[in-house]
Write a protein that binds this ligand. Structure first.
Ligand code: MRU
Length: 375
């Protein structure tokens, strides 16, 4: 079951955004999400009391973005365990809710493994659920730490790639605190540049069809007091040609062993534009997004979303709901992949919490991973 609570988040006070939290009210443990479907016009919490409600929230993008999906998946296993739902069945439902972001299955696996380790060690179901909760909390904390380190590595990289500072950065989709336990991935780097007084402008792609850029990144940039400008996705080309982009910064839903990057649809065309215009194309992602089990981009399952997301425009409906207005003729066929895959040769650098890989090669990625394991 899911329930909505209104929130008061005065942008003037600007409290840190908490996209997801675990809560234990007297009625029993719940997962509380900031409902991203309703932002920016409404800041409303969605309270999930069971796994089906959380799965629905994942599928409909109330909670979204690779790192946060991992965190949600981990807490989802805990929710099942504490509420007496079969943890393995819950894990299957959660991991299958969306196919592309590798973090989701990773988070689910981690919490489930902690649960089973406890059960196999002879602990009660209650204690095993607590062990899973500790693991979910650890993942949540690690993601916040990874965010901070990616921001530092990313800022240092920008200083190298774009001498002179005063960066004009172009970003796509949403990669801030709404997708993370911390300040996010690519957005965290832009925020670090802003704090260092080095962000001249953040160009924000609207990111059709679900408008994560217009609704969410613009919301986060505005809260952070950044100089930002929103553009229609198809305006990016003219921006490059007028020399107003110093670097592209995006996140990732999955990075395969060869360095192919699956990210929000529209990322690949930006990489092609960036290469043509000699602009660095930088991917910022935590190591939990690296998928060494998939050799290259051809092995990534790209989620196909409902055609209605393209044939209709979403508009605010009654009582805080979202209504949709059809703009295409009835019966129009639609191509609506949620992600695309950028080959490694178009990626200037991949920034993780453990450092930067550039040029992006299979060996470089593997070495970074090995270094972080040994360090
Ligand atoms: O469909 P979404 O909104 O979940 O897609 C999110 C993205 O594509 C983000 O760019 C990606 O998860 C990287 S954010 C760390």
């Amino acid at each position: 079951m899911a329930d909505h609570h209104a929130l008061s988040m005065d942008a003037v006070d600007c409290p840190a955004l908490a996209a997801l939290r675990w809560d234990e009210p007297p009625e029993g443990p719940v997962i509380v999400l900031l409902d991203q479907r309703r932002l920016p016009s409404q800041e409303v919490e969605l309270v999930c009391t069971d796994v089906p409600a959380l799965v629905e929230a994942i599928r409909t993008l109330a909670v979204r973005g690779a790192p946060l999906l991992g965190i949600a998946g981990a807490y989802g296993v805990v929710l099942a365990a504490v509420r007496g739902f079969d943890a393995d069945e819950a894990a299957g439902m959660l991991a299958g809710a969306r196919p592309t972001a590798v973090n989701l299955a990773y988070g689910v696996r981690r919490a489930l493994a902690a649960y089973h380790r406890a059960v196999d060690g002879g602990l009660s179901a209650e204690r095993a659920a607590k062990a899973a909760l500790a693991e979910a909390r650890a993942l949540h904390r690690e993601d916040a730490e990874a965010s901070e380190r990616m921001a530092a590595h990313g800022l240092a990289l920008l200083e190298e790639l774009v001498p002179g500072g005063g960066y004009q950065l172009l970003t796509h989709c949403n990669t801030g605190a709404l997708v993370s336990g911390g300040e996010g991935t690519a957005f965290a780097v832009a925020a670090a540049a802003h704090r260092a007084g080095q962000l001249r402008r953040l160009w924000v792609d609207e990111t059709r069809p679900l408008l994560q850029g217009a609704r969410l990144t613009a919301y986060e940039a505005s809260r952070a007091g950044m100089a930002y400008t929103l553009l229609a996705d198809n305006a990016a080309g003219s921006l490059f040609s007028s020399g107003e982009v110093d670097a592209v910064l995006i996140g990732a839903d999955r990075v395969t062993a060869d360095g192919s990057v699956a990210n929000k649809v529209g990322s690949y065309p930006l990489a092609v534009l960036a290469r043509y215009h000699h602009v660095p194309f930088v991917v910022v992602a935590p190591s939990t997004t690296l998928d060494f089990g998939t050799a290259d981009g051809s092995g990534v399952e790209v989620e196909q979303r409902p055609g209605q997301e393209v044939t209709d425009f979403a508009v605010p409906g009654e009582a805080g709901t979202v209504a949709s207005v059809p703009v295409a003729p009835v019966g129009t066929q639609v191509y609506n992949p949620a992600f695309d895959v950028t080959p490694p040769e178009l990626v200037t650098a991949i920034v993780t919490e453990n450092g930067v890989v550039s040029p992006v090669t299979k060996v470089g990625l593997a070495q970074l991973c090995a270094r972080s394991r040994s360090g």
